[in-house]
Design a protein around this ligand. Structure first.
Ligand SMILES: Nc1ncnc2c1ncn2[C@@H]1O[C@H](COP(=O)(O)OP(=O)(O)OP(=O)(O)O)[C@@H](O)[C@H]1O
Length: 775
């Protein structure tokens, strides 16, 4: 739709005025930032001058600590406001480039029409009252995303619906302060702007989408009441984007009450974490906390164990022979099932009455407290008390036992011998301590006796320090053995349990050799923490967001519940991308509320896909059994291409030639996706000296540009201008691996090519010939 010339002249004049105000603000905040930086520097420089350090006695020490804490708090506060000014300035510079992207003219019933301009952040006129630009997250801005011209409404923060008529909806393309284009639109958000955004090249970091958020995405972003929000969305439908803009929205709406570090985003791997880490700063907000499940496993299971990763598990499953892989698959499926989850929960309840395995406390080959005594005491405590209370009683009791043992021990000959061997300094120290206590006089007849008694206590205490630490850390409880007995004693015979000797033997062997398989890791840790107590250190987290939610098992969800009690939860996933063996739990979204202990879930669907061109989506959908909820955005492009080479050498030549060609065509990032890590390594060797490629694996921290080579699972959640599938063959993709091929193909934004030197995968038979080209 074209606009009258006067309209454009007026818009340009307004833009100039807004830019002037932006410049004034930049100047003001630059000065402010200068001052803040200076303040921070001064505090750092003079930190120790401002602190009174005196450690002569306990009172002084306490005062010193308080004064250090005060100064550190002041520094943190100033650093925080420096960070805030920096973010604000960065936003203003972005506003200098493009101060707003949308406008709605809204006539509230009974009032004058108001033009509402929408941008990254609010900007006020010099009078300090009139809004020149509204933040995209302001209540009034929601109409831009939710309505076409006609009747419209928005909700005030107090929950009042403001109704009226939207008389105009306009979008702007402003770059480097120049109005390049503007459109009036009848559509929710003009397709041409979205077309333009989606036609751009991929980048190494995800971008914000605020100018073109779609109505259904906006429902996810602005939903602030659901305790549990479940989003099923097709590949490329904007789940991650919606999650990130949602975080920005929440930080805006609850400013002062919600801090970025009270929001946790679970991402699949560090590469993905880095990929999304720029969106919040681009929107002028500090980043949320990002965690991966692997990180949690490493931190909590402890250093004495070798914990397999999800990716190693996946590789192992691909590489095992028929027999081995069928056992392993059976184990993975069972250990990720809701049945196992329920059985483990009953086992944990059972442990509150019997079955905890203890390790004796031993000293110099003698038993201080036996496992039977421990069990006897533990199970004599009130079974109705919560576990942590019983454990605390148990620890106290153990300390008492140890004390009694120490008393007897002091009389032993070895203690006397050890005293003889003490050096002079230790004697002197003991002497000084006793004098300080006033129990040593230099004159008394039994002073020497006192010194020796003191030293006997000291020597024994030194030697039993390790035992005390074991008691405090509850290392007297044998979690490994408790997990083993679950398998050997508890599970066999349980109704519904697909009991298999080989599954038990394999599990037990691995646990005993301290190698924790990925499928055991979450159940093992869940059991461990259920027995020893879940540390509730994350209770400050108010929002938990789980991306690629379909890839987590019931145990992992139960974990989230325990780790982040009281937090709201958003889970975004796509069942069609359940490519790991542990995913694919049936009725996933129906069961999830129970796993996380949150009922009344709100469920939303995203069906429109934005990443890939229409031909790529039409093609990729064919690999799925259920694809009715996938609707491509109308963006044209070339049909996917299947390259059938006569042999591997010819395939290499084609691949190299096509990669070079794609780059010449301006496709900056090409993802060559293989099924496994070992295949990527092999291909890397084959391409050596022919094509510059970068291998991406689970240790890669940052996505580079160029030609990238990686196993398929590493590409989850990210995208490339062009995707080359290396090995669309029978060998790599069996008939049941449609989801994997779908996931791989939907990483492509503009171009998709599949290569095969031997027999093409049978999955291709599902694709109508009209949907792809052959080369
Ligand atoms: N409203 C939008 N405006 C502009 N671009 C969008 C919009 N929604 C999504 N996109 C783009 O589409 C691509 C896919 O988005 P995103 O990664 O958020 O989807 P996803 O559902 O998480 O995908 P997947 O499940 O495949 O990981 C990104 O490039 C994103 O910028």
């Amino acid at each position: 739709m074209s606009e009258p010339v006067e309209d454009r002249i007026q818009e340009e004049a307004r833009l100039r005025h807004v830019l002037e105000i932006v410049d004034q603000q930049i100047e003001k905040y630059s000065q402010q930032l200068g001052l803040r930086k200076q303040e921070v520097q001064d505090i750092r420089k003079n930190f120790w001058d401002e602190v009174t350090v005196n450690m002569t006695n306990d009172t002084e020490r306490l005062e010193t600590m308080t004064s250090i804490q005060q100064e550190a708090r002041l520094l943190a506060e100033r650093e925080h406001s420096q960070g805030h000014s920096e973010r604000l300035l960065r936003l203003l510079y972005r506003m200098e480039d493009s101060p707003y992207f949308g406008r709605v003219d809204f006539k509230e019933s009974g009032l004058e029409t108001e033009s509402i301009y929408i941008g990254l952040t609010s900007l006020l006129e010099q009078d300090g009252e009139t809004f020149l630009v509204y933040d995209w997250r302001a209540p009034v801005s929601s109409m831009f995303y939710d309505y076409s011209p006609g009747p419209a409404q928005y909700m005030t923060p107090q929950g009042e619906a403001i109704q009226g008529e939207m008389e105009l909806k306009r979008q702007y393309v402003i770059r480097q302060g120049k109005l390049q284009n503007m459109f009036d639109t009848d559509l929710t958000i003009g397709d041409s702007l979205l077309q333009a955004a989606l036609s751009q090249q991929s980048s190494e970091q995800m971008k914000s989408i605020v100018a073109t958020i779609q109505k259904e995405q906006n429902r996810i972003i602005r939903n602030d009441h659901a305790k549990l929000l479940l989003v099923q969305g097709a590949a490329g439908s904007g789940k991650t984007s919606a999650a990130l803009q949602r975080i920005a929205y929440l930080l805006y709406k609850y400013r002062g009450r919600l801090e970025p570090d009270q929001i946790v985003l679970f991402s699949p791997n560090p590469l993905f974490s880095n990929y999304v880490s720029n969106v919040l700063p681009e929107l002028g907000e500090a980043n949320m906390k990002q965690l991966t499940f692997q990180q949690i496993l490493h931190e909590r299971i402890g250093s004495g164990y070798e914990v397999e990763s999800l990716y190693d598990q996946t590789e192992a499953l691909y590489e095992l022979d028929q027999e081995g892989s069928s056992l392993r698959k059976k184990m993975v499926a069972f250990k990720s099932s809701t049945l196992f989850f329920e059985l483990l929960d009953t086992y944990i309840k059972h442990l509150s009455r019997q079955g905890i395995v203890f390790k004796p406390l031993r000293f110099k080959g003698r038993t201080v407290v036996s496992e039977q005594e421990m069990s006897g005491f533990f199970y004599s405590t009130d079974a109705t008390l919560p576990m942590h209370k019983r454990l605390s009683l148990f620890k106290n009791w153990l300390h008492e036992q140890l004390k009694a043992f120490e008393q007897d021990e002091r009389k032993k000959k070895w203690v006397g011998d050890a005293i003889e061997l003490l050096d002079e300094e230790t004697y002197n120290q003991a002497y000084r301590r006793l004098r300080k206590k006033g129990s040593y006089t230099d004159e008394s007849f039994d002073d020497d006796k006192k010194l020796r008694a003191y030293l006997r206590t000291w020597v024994v205490k030194q030697k039993t320090a390790g035992l005390r630490r074991r008691i405090d850390a509850l290392h007297v409880i044998d979690i490994d053995e408790i997990y083993v007995r679950l398998w050997t004693d508890y599970l066999p015979g349980m109704p519904g349990m697909p009991y298999a000797e080989d599954m038990v033997t394999d599990t037990v062997e691995h646990i005993r050799s301290k190698q924790i398989r990925y499928e055991d890791a979450a159940p093992y840790l869940y059991l461990k923490e259920a027995v020893l107590g879940f540390p509730s250190m994350n209770s400050g987290v108010k929002h938990l967001i789980v991306d690629e939610g379909q890839d987590y098992s019931p145990f992992q969800y139960a974990f989230f519940r325990e780790m982040f009690p009281g937090s709201k939860m958003t889970v975004l996933g796509d069942l069609n991308q359940s490519i790991f063996h542990q995913s694919g739990v049936s009725h996933f979204y129906d069961q999830l509320p129970e796993w996380v202990g949150l009922q009344d879930a709100e469920r939303l669907k995203l069906t429109k896909t934005y990443r890939s061109t229409k031909p790529i989506i039409e093609f990729s959908k064919c690999f799925l059994d259920t694809a009715e909820d996938i609707e491509p955005f109308e963006r044209s492009g070339r049909k996917p291409v299947l390259v059938q080479a006569a042999n591997e050498e010819q395939l290499m030549e084609r691949l190299v030639r096509d990669a070079v060609q794609a780059q010449q065509n301006g496709l900056g990032t090409i993802g060559i996706l293989c099924k496994t890590r070992s295949e990527s390594l092999k291909l890397q060797q084959l391409l050596k000296d022919r094509l510059e490629v970068q291998l991406i694996d689970e240790n890669t921290a940052k996505l580079p540009a160029g030609v990238l080579l990686m196993p398929a699972y590493m590409a989850k959640g990210i995208e490339f201008d062009s995707v080359f599938v290396y090995g669309a063959t029978k060998r790599f993709f069996g008939p049941e691996e449609g989801k994997l091929l779908y996931t791989i193909c939907t990483r492509a934004m503009h171009e998709l090519r599949l290569y095969a030197a031997d027999e093409v995968t049978a999955l291709m038979e599902r694709v109508p010939r009209s949907l792809y080209d052959l080369e």
